[in-house]
Write a protein that binds this ligand. Structure first.
Ligand code: DX5
Ligand code: ZN
Length: 331
């Protein structure tokens, strides 16, 4: 788990394409959060890169999430290959001719994150018909097709904050990606505009620059931008931090967990180190993402009280009927 809010999806477009496994290993070691895979078909964009077969091989080379960016004219036709290749997220372009909804549905049915990307000239409103099906909105801040281009500040200002609104229906999850020309000069701006995932390519493969340091610098600048641009000077909550929202006997904790998850918030249930119940089993902690802790407390305050009362009644009844069972002696 790393601190801070901004995450980097490192694009290998400008890596040595003759040795992508090495590039992926280097990026992983340097602290990249994801590997961004720019698939181009020389038709949707005037460039050709690699396809699903290459991705399938790269899948074996890293445990990092693989974030596919399909700049191809027929993402629906090729989709199964990218799902089979092990992509964790698949983003394609809203400008394609194909039917968009079925493709988004197929990606989500396969348990992957589904995203739509916009060329700079395409208005954000083009995504509105699909917003309920989106996990990712990718705002392109260069013309798709090549790395190393100049960042389009006006496009970022026009679309990034609005893209967050487009995903506001999701209590948890939903990511705004900014892709193209993101580097140490533009990181603070994209952070201040709320970008969650920064796609960074050529800036990481710049001769004479240490990849790990560049990643840390860009993340720090983006977080600083977020803190002072969007968060009233308060440091951002680290994206991956989980906090305990309550502790309950296991059989009761499960029910509360399902209730919270039904509202779209992931819960982790861990054996706690707190109270030992009369059945000799410790309470289980329910952990939720720190970023949505306030929503969980607000939404489930009464339920939490009710489950605590139920747990107290269960403990008393257990002791009355069966006494107290000592916890197992193993450490
Ligand atoms: C461009 C790609 C981008 C690109 C980013 O079509 O979608 O992901 O590789 O590279 P830089 O960071 O160099 O703009
Ligand atoms: Zn990309």
């Amino acid at each position: 788990m790393s601190g801070g809010r901004a995450r980097i999806a490192a694009s290998i477009l400008d890596a040595d394409l003759s040795n992508l496994a090495y590039a992926v290993r280097r990026l992983h070691a340097a602290g990249a959060d994801r590997i961004h895979l720019d698939v181009m078909d020389a038709h949707f964009v005037p460039n050709l890169t690699f396809g699903a077969k290459t991705i399938k091989h790269l899948r074996k080379r890293t445990g990092l999430p693989l974030d596919a960016h399909l700049m191809i004219s027929e993402p629906g036709r090729a989709l199964d290959e990218y799902l089979d290749a092990g992509c964790d997220s698949i983003t394609f372009h809203v400008e394609v001719e194909e039917e968009i909804v079925p493709i988004l549905r197929r990606i989500r049915t396969a348990g992957r994150a589904a995203g739509l990307a916009l060329r700079p000239a395409t208005p954000l409103s083009a995504l509105r018909p699909y917003q309920e099906l989106l996990d990712i909105v990718t705002v392109m801040t260069v013309e798709p097709g090549f790395g190393g281009q100049t960042f389009m500040r006006d496009v970022a200002r026009e679309k990034l904050l609005a893209a967050r609104d487009l995903l506001s229906h999701k209590v948890y999850g939903g990511e705004v990606h900014v892709d193209g020309g993101v580097n140490r000069e533009t990181a603070e701006l994209v952070g201040a505009l709320g970008a969650d995932i920064l796609v960074v390519g050529s800036a990481l493969f710049t001769k004479g620059r240490d990849m790990g340091r560049e990643i840390r610098l860009i993340k720090a600048l983006a977080d600083e931008g977020f803190q002072y641009g969007l968060n009233n000077g308060v440091p951002p909550i680290p994206r991956d931090r989980m906090v305990t929202c309550t502790a309950l006997p296991k059989h009761i904790a499960h029910r509360f967990m399902s209730e919270i998850e039904a509202g779209g918030i992931p819960v982790v249930m861990l054996r706690g180190d707190g109270r030992i119940n009369p059945d000799g089993v410790r309470d289980y902690d329910l952990l939720v993402p720190a970023t949505v802790e306030a929503i969980v407390i607000e939404r489930h305050a009464e339920a939490r009280e009710a489950y605590q009362r139920e747990a107290a009644a269960w403990r008393e009844a257990f002791i009355r009927e069966r006494g107290v069972i000592a916890p197992p002696s193993h450490p």
